[in-house]
Write a protein that binds this ligand. Structure first.
Ligand code: GAP
Length: 434
């Protein structure tokens, strides 16, 4: 598998990811997503939303505020439990998560480390004009709490019956002690979470169901089976709210690591919010005539973690006539551009025709256009950013009204009439989604 430095260099050079505030020396754990990165992130979100919300009749969406009433985080247990164990080097003063250091010596300079102390990783901010304690609020470290706090509102307005889920995609913030491994652990990231509410006693079954659904989703959109495994998280490593957690892990260049977590949060969160807010958050089951606090199964994954895993999985170097072809074999739905339009030369008539073809495609799929340098160089440029199809306009196009469509992975080329081009591209995209 490609190493992180090589991937980072491609991401920066081609406009996927930039260090945040780079002209000021960057800012640890924060990243910007360039013209290609923003498309790919949007595609990941869209693919998730399409299958987890749009295609299902038992999940509805929500977009809650990032900053919530601070009592939320008291009730949820995050003020008390959302902590990392931090150790500090007594000489160079670098800080590490205790679980990241092997012996109690500094990985940077070898000196002794301090005793571990707990560090809350929620970012604090102030709401209102006066910086006093009463106005302290938190940037949410997970989107889930917005879902729990809005449970009753969504239940009554959507008129859903249990089992059903609420999905949310949005920014989350964690003051990670050691952000790093490129975008693997960032301080600002985007979470895609479902809280799926079920009858107590059916939770084990639903847990397995969601592990399977989410594993299949990753296999479909961007991970090869040999790079994916399900890891049972031992009790001592689980979050404070979890009765059981399985991580869907990816094989990163630095070893197996979490891609997505599936947790059985039981009735912990709703019970806590009901206690602290004094609102009744129970559910009345018309079928059984019983009232209870639902159990919750939560599949939760980061957009950027998915982005990183899918890029790593897609990266290939293949020998070719000119040396090595770098190709990102991204799923067409995830690739930033679906089609690149390439006139064979910069001759006026070809450029004009190519622009007509480009205009035809643009309302339907994300496209790009390139007319600089040789056609071979341009194919390579598109391979390197994962564009699944290149459409070439040549001199014959002017007489036969047909273009060549080249497939990124097989490199086969088919001649197709321009008036069927949109339909063909749409068909290929639809086939990739089956
Ligand atoms: N609401 C459940 C929850 O927050 P989590 O396992 O802490 O669970 C869910 O996070 C997912 O969010 C992870 O599997 C990972 O994909 C992503 N994630 C968590 N922390 C992250 C970070 N610091 N940087 C990037 N992604 C992160």
């Amino acid at each position: 598998m490609v190493d992180l430095d090589t991937l980072f260099s491609l991401c920066k050079r081609r406009g996927f990811v930039f260090p945040s505030s780079e002209i000021y020396g960057g800012f640890g754990g924060f990243w910007d997503y360039g013209p290609l990165g923003v498309e790919m992130k949007r595609n990941i979100r869209d693919a998730w939303w399409r299958e987890m919300v749009q295609m299902r009749d038992d999940v509805v969406g929500l977009d809650a505020a990032i900053i919530m009433n601070p009592r939320t985080w008291e009730a949820s247990g995050h003020v008390k439990h959302f902590v990392d164990s931090l150790v500090e080097c007594k000489v160079c003063r670098r800080r590490f998560r205790e679980e990241d250091v092997q012996q109690l010596e500094c990985p940077a300079c070898g000196a002794a480390l301090s005793q571990a102390r707990l560090f809350n990783t929620m970012f604090k901010t102030f709401v209102g004009p006066v910086e006093e304690d009463t106005a302290v609020a938190y940037l949410r470290p997970e989107t889930a709490q917005g879902i729990f706090v809005d449970f009753k509102n969504v239940l009554t307005t959507s008129r859903k019956k249990i089992p059903f889920g609420i999905a949310q995609v949005g920014k989350a913030f964690r003051n990670e002690i050691t952000p790093g491994r490129f975008i693997f652990r960032s301080r600002e990231f985007e979470a895609m979470e479902i809280e799926f509410f079920v009858r107590p006693g059916t939770d084990e079954e639903w847990f397995q169901y969601w592990v399977d659904v989410r594993t299949r989703w990753h296999l479909k959109y961007g991970v090869s089976p040999e790079n994916l495994r399900v890891y049972e998280v031992p009790p001592e490593e689980r979050a404070h709210y979890s009765k059981r957690t399985c991580d869907i892990q990816f094989q990163y260049p630095f070893g197996w690591g979490e891609l997505e977590g599936v947790a059985n949060r039981t009735d912990y969160d709703l019970t806590r919010h009901a206690q602290v807010s004094a609102e009744d958050l129970s559910y009345f089951d018309e079928e059984t005539g019983q009232r209870f606090i639902p159990y919750v199964i939560e599949p939760a994954v980061g957009v950027e973690r998915t982005f990183l895993a899918y890029l790593l999985n897609a990266y290939h170097e293949e020998p070719d006539k000119e040396g090595t072809r770098v190709v990102l074999k991204l799923h067409p739905a995830i690739a930033p551009y679906k089609v690149a339009v390439l006139p064979l030369s910069r001759k006026e008539a070809l450029v004009q025709k190519a622009r007509e073809v480009w205009a035809l495609l643009r309302p339907h799929v994300m496209t790009t256009y390139d007319d600089s340098q040789s056609i071979g160089r341009r194919y390579r440029r598109q391979d390197e950013i994962g564009t699944p199809w290149c459409v070439t306009i040549d001199f014959e196009t002017l007489s036969d009204q047909a273009v060549t469509i080249r497939d990124r992975d097989s490199m086969t080329q088919d001649r197709v009439p321009i008036d069927r081009l949109v339909g063909i591209v749409q068909q290929r995209l639809a086939d990739s989604l089956r």
